[in-house]
Design a binder for this molecule. Structure first.
Ligand code: AMP
Length: 178
């Protein structure tokens, strides 16, 4: 059988912000997943791959973190939403910038909602060849109480999934942090 010259392999990489270092850093797990994808899958075959970065913003996440904020007018909410949008854009700018440094073609977009549900619905819509997610490697207790995006996706998406754990020396003291 002769192999046809293949189209670019489309890899969706689900990326999120760090819960620790704040604006606008990527999480350790999603940065590790990206770096693994580049160094172990893409390597120097940059023209044969296309990276599709998906970030899901959880609505109002920040409103609860920042307990000192007082919202008194519709303007305040508009500012907060704008700030949230800009944070998402900075995150994607990081990954798009890194891809360009390596010369790997890419696309990036933001959706809103529950990350695990949205990642699955975007896989259905976009039909990548492969989904790459990071993983905090949470234990059974934390999996129940904190929830894990990577496990849910591995179970429910309709394409092959690769889950990349953080390196032991990059894992924070509290593994829930990322
Ligand atoms: P887990 O530790 O199992 O919850 O998985 C963490 C990984 O899930 C991250 O490295 C990302 O790949 C993905 N993930 C988590 N939250 C989001 C989000 N808001 N948007 C996109 N991907 C996410």
């Amino acid at each position: 059988m002769e192999l046809q010259s293949p189209e670019a392999t489309r890899i969706m990489v689900a990326v999120n912000e760090s819960s620790m270092k704040g604006y606008p850093h990527p999480s350790i797990s999603s940065r590790t997943a990206f770096e693994w994808t580049v160094s172990k899958l893409v390597r120097s075959n940059v023209a044969e791959f296309r990276l599709l970065f998906l970030h899901v913003q959880v609505p109002d996440e920040d409103a609860f973190e920042d307990m000192d904020s007082i919202y008194a007018s519709p303007e305040d909410f508009r500012h907060m939403k704008e700030r949230e949008r800009i944070r998402g854009l900075h995150l994607l700018e990081y990954f798009v910038g890194r891809s360009h440094q390596y010369g790997i073609p890419c696309e990036a977009w933001i959706k809103k909602g529950d990350p695990k549900e949205i990642i699955c619905s975007e896989v259905k819509r976009v039909q990548p060849d492969l989904l790459v997610v990071g993983s905090r490697g949470l234990g059974p207790f934390q999996r129940v109480f904190v929830g894990t995006v990577s496990e849910f996706c591995a179970k429910h998406v309709e394409c092959p999934v690769i889950t990349i754990k953080r390196k032991p020396d990059e894992t924070p003291a509290d593994p829930v942090d990322d």
